[in-house]
Design a protein around this ligand. Structure first.
Ligand code: PHE
Length: 449
């Protein structure tokens, strides 16, 4: 074990941090809008199947590998399979993915900070849905505002990662996660009691299989990886700060359940408004920012609740962003013996610079497309969500299921699986079901069948 390696102070601290990583913009911002763009029910069904059959077993595998090696994402593969092994590339790809993800995630997280500020200053008070849409467009059209908030956000993330695992990451998440959950619960109940509820439930849970396309399946599977923070070395790194005793099997189930609940609750809070205010469910990335202010406008104490909501959205984004930043930081600290301070500062500055063209993709650089019709932001998002995370996860599944040289017994002990049968199910999923399912999606995507 590398010297002086810090550990979570408690199991709860670990769960909150891992759940904090999983629950983020992916659940509240991304899930509703990609589900909306992909026609609802069929997408949700595939996403849920991907969580159970692919996401959960791979999360267990990432935790297991991190705990076994007690090292960062690259160090894990180096330690477990040898310095020259090609598997180290999986660690490298994870570190790269986490870094790129951090760069553009901060742009969207900046929007929530901007909305927080707008709520505080009363700019959203009494606006009609159309005015709120206009406000959102106005934000996208102003590079200065977006970049300013992006800078604030990366600085906040850096300040937490700077303080390390216990003092920063763990302490923050313990407060943020329960707060977010309670507020969403309130919005969800409110959504269910409101006018558009039955259309929303129908939209989200009654699959229209005519919408099923290979592209949509790829997006649903990709989103399952994104929302559970898989394939980017995050859960390997977080697992490496774990002591020997925690029952990973159980904890993973809890974390994934919480993550899925938050996404579904966010969907059920947002879609009733979309339908009752006559908005377009396929409106794209602005969906949350254009719908929730409308709901809040109609609620008693709406402004206060809206304030809480954007505060917690920003916090949810922050707890995910710190996990992304922690992956390359842990690598520089563990393997290159950099100080935490130097690693955090350099990576944050670099990620901020890489994030600039993403922020400009919504205005100055909107006409600049890279491949296909994608702006720089869309390209980064596609590259990470649809390709790198699923491929990283696939590699983890294959490695853990077939190449990780540990006995059945040792793997079982690392997972602390409560029963033999549970462990056997996991083995089946990680060795056969998860890799085959993800590989099929890719092979189809590339057009090989
Ligand atoms: N799971 C996070 C979210 O839902 C995003 C994330 C992906 C975080 C990959 C870390 C690694 O917002």
């Amino acid at each position: 074990m590398p010297p002086c390696r810090s550990h979570w102070s408690s199991r709860l601290g670990f769960v909150m941090a891992a759940a904090g990583s999983a629950v983020g913009l992916g659940n509240i911002w991304k899930f509703p809008y990609v589900a909306g763009q992909n026609g609802g029910g069929a997408f949700v069904l595939i996403y849920l199947a991907a969580i159970v059959l692919v996401g959960i077993p791979i999360m267990m595998a990432e935790f297991l590998l991190g705990r076994a090696s007690q090292r960062d994402a690259i160090g894990t593969f180096r330690h477990l399979s040898g310095r020259r092994s090609l598997w180290c590339l999986v660690g490298w790809a994870g570190v790269g993915a986490a870094f790129i993800l951090f760069s553009f995630y901060a742009v969207v997280a900046g929007w929530s900070l901007d909305y927080l500020f707008k709520t505080l200053s009363g700019q959203l008070d009494g606006c009609s849905p159309q005015q709120i849409t206009q406000t959102f467009r106005g934000l996208l059209a102003s590079p200065g505002q977006m970049i300013g908030w992006q800078a604030v956000f990366v600085t906040l993330a850096a300040a937490i990662v700077f303080r390390g695992v216990r003092g920063g990451i763990e302490r923050c998440n313990k407060i943020l996660m329960p707060g977010l959950f309670l507020l969403l619960l309130y919005l969800f109940v409110h959504g269910l009691l409101s006018g558009g509820a039955s259309r929303a439930v129908h939209f989200l849970f009654f699959p229209d299989f005519s919408r099923l396309t290979p592209q949509m399946v790829l997006e649903a599977v990709g989103h399952a990886f994104f929302t559970l923070s898989l394939g980017a070395g995050v859960m390997i790194t977080y697992g490496s700060y774990l002591d020997e005793k925690a029952d990973l099997f159980n904890l993973t189930l809890k974390i994934s359940l919480l993550d899925t609940l938050v996404a579904l609750m966010a969907g059920l809070a947002i879609f009733p408004v979309v339908f009752s205010a006559g908005l377009d469910p396929a409106a794209g990335p602005g969906l949350v920012f254009q719908t929730l202010p409308v709901v809040f406008g109609t609620l008693p104490m709406g402004r206060l609740l809206m304030l809480f909501f954007f505060l917690l959205l920003a916090f949810a984004a922050l707890s995910s962003a710190i996990s992304m930043l922690e992956v390359p930081v842990a690598w520089l600290v563990d393997e290159k013996q950099w100080s935490r301070r130097k690693a955090t500062t350099s990576l944050t500055v670099a990620a901020f610079i890489l994030g600039l063209p993403s922020a400009l993709s919504f205005n100055r650089l909107s006409a600049w497309t890279i491949v296909g019709n994608l702006t720089f932001f869309d390209f980064c998002d596609k590259l990470i969500s649809s390709w790198m995370l699923p491929l990283g996860g696939l590699a983890v599944a294959v490695y853990c299921g077939w190449f990780f040289r540990a006995s059945h017994q040792a793997k079982k002990a690392l997972l602390c699986a409560s029963s033999d049968r549970a462990f056997d199910y996991w083995s089946l999923l990680i060795r056969y079901v998860a890799p085959v399912a993800v590989a099929l999606v890719f092979i189809h995507q590339i057009g090989l069948f």
